[in-house]
Design a protein around this ligand. Structure first.
Ligand code: SD4
Length: 292
């Protein structure tokens, strides 16, 4: 059977490099997603995921994450969590509960403590420096934009037994309001997967991407018979256009999608890098340019 992984942004390559060998050896998709995202969360120089992620307006790193199992639809997610070394581990653990699958803030941290997940101060010296600089700029009259810093890792895996899983992890938007939650922990918006069909994961401006559950709709289009490329094209771009017409402004929208045979496609309205690996292809980064 085939196996494959695809993840958002250049940073995903590190995760695919770490986890793909386990899929080659018959490992399960959920483990590969967790391992890949943990690798990225642990790396201090990715400025929007896990340790080293850019903080909120108060200089505190608050993270969103989710995990979904495409076999049984179990999903777990956290919003606005602080001082948790690996939010993806917490999301996956939550996905395995019968209730309490989505937790935010202090309650999520309490659950992590109850399950002995490692705590960690997530603000790196480098991220603090960027925050100090931004605060100075704002004091001097500089304006914050919705996109002062971002990037979410969204990771999809297909294993040799045909199971699929997806995960997301992000520190969200730099200088966001305390308590702000993006699309990444929202099922259907930030991620979705069905092992009998395929999956999708999103990155971009959460406030716009939560206006329609495009990840779910991509999977739904595949379920109705569209191939993965047609599914992303016919789902993502019409909505971007509609949003522009009705709302005037459109943020960044980028999606990776994969069907249950390992075929993949992306849709994006910005220059977008993503990493892919499978039984034929060693982990490789590609860059997509909108309209090409
Ligand atoms: C969010 N979607 O919190 C995330 C940020 C992101 O590329 O993916 N940026 O809105």
């Amino acid at each position: 059977m085939k196996y494959a992984m695809i993840g958002t942004w250049r940073m995903a390559q590190d995760g695919v490099v770490a986890a793909l060998p386990s899929l080659a050896q018959g490992g399960i998709a959920g483990d590969a997603v967790e391992q890949a995202i943990m690798t990225i969360e642990d790396y201090p120089y990715f400025k929007s995921v896990g340790y080293g992620g850019l903080p909120n307006e108060h200089g505190i790193v608050e993270m969103d994450s989710a995990f979904m199992n495409g076999d049984n639809f179990q999903l777990g997610a956290v919003g606005g969590v602080r001082n948790i070394a690996n939010p993806i581990k917490l999301s996956r653990l939550l996905s395995q509960q019968r209730v309490n699958n989505v937790l935010v803030g202090a309650g999520a941290e309490e659950f992590a403590d109850e399950h002995l997940l490692p705590r960690k101060g997530m603000l790196s010296a480098r991220a603090k420096k960027r925050w100090d600089k931004k605060v100075d700029q704002v004091k001097q009259g500089g304006r914050l934009t919705p996109y002062d810093g971002h990037d979410t890792v969204g990771m999809l895996a297909l294993d040799r037994s045909g199971s699929m899983a997806v995960g997301t992890s992000t520190s969200g938007l730099f200088m966001k309001h305390a308590g702000r939650v993006g699309d990444s922990p929202l099922a259907g918006n930030g991620f979705y997967v069905d092992s009998q069909v395929g999956g999708a994961a999103a990155t971009g401006l959460g406030e716009d991407m939560m206006k329609r559950p495009l990840c779910f709709e991509i999977v739904q289009a595949m379920e109705r018979g569209a191939n993965v490329q047609t599914a992303v094209d016919q789902t993502v771009y019409p909505f971007i256009e509609k949003l522009g017409q009705r709302n005037g402004q459109v943020g960044e929208f980028s999606y990776v999608a994969m069907d249950n045979q390992g075929n993949y496609a992306i849709a994006t309205n910005v220059e977008f890098s993503f990493a892919v690996g499978n039984e034929y292809l060693k982990p490789t980064v590609y860059v997509a340019i909108p309209g090409e």
